[in-house]
Design a protein around this ligand. Sequence first.
Ligand SMILES: *Cc1c(COP(=O)(O)O)cnc(C)c1O
Length: 463
Amino acid sequence: MTPSDLAALQAAADAAAAYRRDIAVAEHTPVADYRTIHAAFAAPVPEEPGDSAAIIDELVRLATPGIRAQTGPRFFGWVIGHSHPVGVAADWLASAWGQNAANVTAAPAAAAVEAVACDWVLDLLDLPRDASVGVVTGATVANFVCLAAARSEVLRRTGWDVEADGLFGAPPVTVLIGADAHATVYSGLKYLGLGARRVREVACDDLGRILPDAFAAALDESDGPVIAILQAGQINTGGCDPFDALVPMAHARGAWVHVDGAFGLWAQAAPARKHLTAGVEAADSWATDGHKWLQTPYDCGFAIVRDAGAHARAMAISASYLPPAEGSDRDPSTYVPELSRRARGFATWATIKALGRSGIAEMVERNCAVAVHMAACLDAEPGIAAVVPVTLNQFMVRFGDDDALTLATVEQIQRDGVAFFGASQWRGQWVLRASVCSMATTMAEGETSVAAVIDAWRKVQAR
Ligand SMILES: *Cc1c(COP(=O)(O)O)cnc(C)c1O
């Protein structure tokens, strides 16, 4: 540890604090693009050792123009949380402590804090308290892990050991999935040999929620083992499947029910929105994110499985040099695909402690109220129309009922830089798609952003 190493740690902390102080008020001025930043960094491999403090200074100087204000209060692109400052601080320590959080003997504090954080997540989401939880990089991997447990269990019930014998020759598994499911669930099916195309898609309503009659018919027509994939929080509409109706039907058929609830599952943590996910706790597995609505820093997701045995069967790694966990000790790597891994429990623990149950409920409810209000204000403006009713935190509007005008307005908003929104396609048409899921977004910030959207729309019309 040289004086320059110490200076580098201090410089990183100072730069981070200054960035977060400024971003709280900064406008979304356009960021430098990939090529500009790439050109600034492109260089041959350094032949000689460098000075730590100078390296951090250079990183901050060259990268900052390309840092998008994702943690700002008027950022509505994709579905991106705030990276809570205390979560970030805890995450720095996870790096500084340099813990390999694979194994309880190697990293007792990382394993223990993660176990506590997992219990808190189950409590906040009101899921079975004895479910097992794997802390992964995000909902993509959480979906993969949960579906691996599902695959293991539905095949085990037919007498097939998929972990040992693979899928060749196994009884075919039917996968039912809502027609408006997230792309990453199909990735999970792809990785697992279940096939992204070899699924039966079930029809959905205008909010992308599975239609119970269509689901019942699909179950009736399925042979052999069945995995049914439901969703809490459709990426465009925020719609949640009617779990109350669907889960009992699937269970009566002996199906495993998995729920992709990357952000929408957090409706469970807000009493005023919990009716939207009624019945979700009866499912068999759930994927959700920490880095979306819980506001942890990247990367953080949770793979939650009711049947801890199936979860461990699908994921556990054993090797002679890895001491087995004793008694009630919990090895983090038993529930995830990785062995060496980041100690994500520290940031999750710190973020939940900072917000508290009431803070999380208030934030989720506020974000939903802001989304409803923003969509209503925009819908009241001539030429702007809300696409579907807002039930959660996602909303869509179209401009002039026209794809080109809609895309031009989104581009104008991004150029103006007061707020950031992205475009998406819904039912074959381009829309502005907004996600309100940052603890920094207040009603006032929502109104400022609405004004920016209306201003951009007027500019587009004036052309
Ligand atoms: C974001 C999202 C995912 C993927 O989550 P990552 O954290 O990006 O891996 C999956 N499903 C839904 C519904 C999502 O919103």
